[in-house]
Design a protein around this ligand. Structure first.
Ligand code: NI
Length: 142
């Protein structure tokens, strides 16, 4: 896949790496039988399945945002299929230019974000949830 922007390509590749890393860590966590953090009231922490769905849905919704903001027609991927979500990033973002990445976009409610910030959020969100699971696997519940 040839991307117009090396910066976009890097963000998409890093997102792929981090989502796959989250998934392999989640598999390990799910197989361990360990519990998630004590009830925080966050519905995404009801079970490891809820957390899995939360991370995939976030990855998908960040892509939906980017496509909406750029007027890219998106075949919205199945929110339960991580590989479909990753393929959709690869399929829909190669035409994005460097310039498009840095323009502030009106997200409503007075918030402006660049596509760069949205794509970085996608990467860091998977990373943070993977890190939480790694800490639980290591027995660190603090
Ligand atoms: Ni989250």
């Amino acid at each position: 896949m040839v991307f117009k922007s090396r910066a976009v390509q890097s963000l998409v590749e890093l997102h792929r790496q981090e989502l796959l890393h989250f998934l392999s860590t989640w598999e390990r966590f799910n197989a361990s039988g360990l519990a998630l953090l004590p009830a925080s009231g966050d519905p995404n922490y009801q079970s490891s399945r809820h957390l899995y769905a939360h991370v995939l849905e976030s990855a998908r919704s960040d892509l939906v945002w980017v496509c909406q903001l750029c007027g890219i027609a998106l075949d919205a991927p199945d929110p339960k299929d991580p590989h479909a979500i990753l393929k959709a990033y690869m399929r829909h973002l190669p035409e994005l230019s460097d310039e498009a990445l840095y323009v502030p976009r009106n997200m409503g409610e007075g918030m402006n974000l660049s596509l760069e910030a949205i794509l970085e959020h996608a990467i860091v969100h998977s990373m943070r949830h993977r890190h939480q699971l790694e800490r639980l696997l290591e027995g660190d519940e603090s």
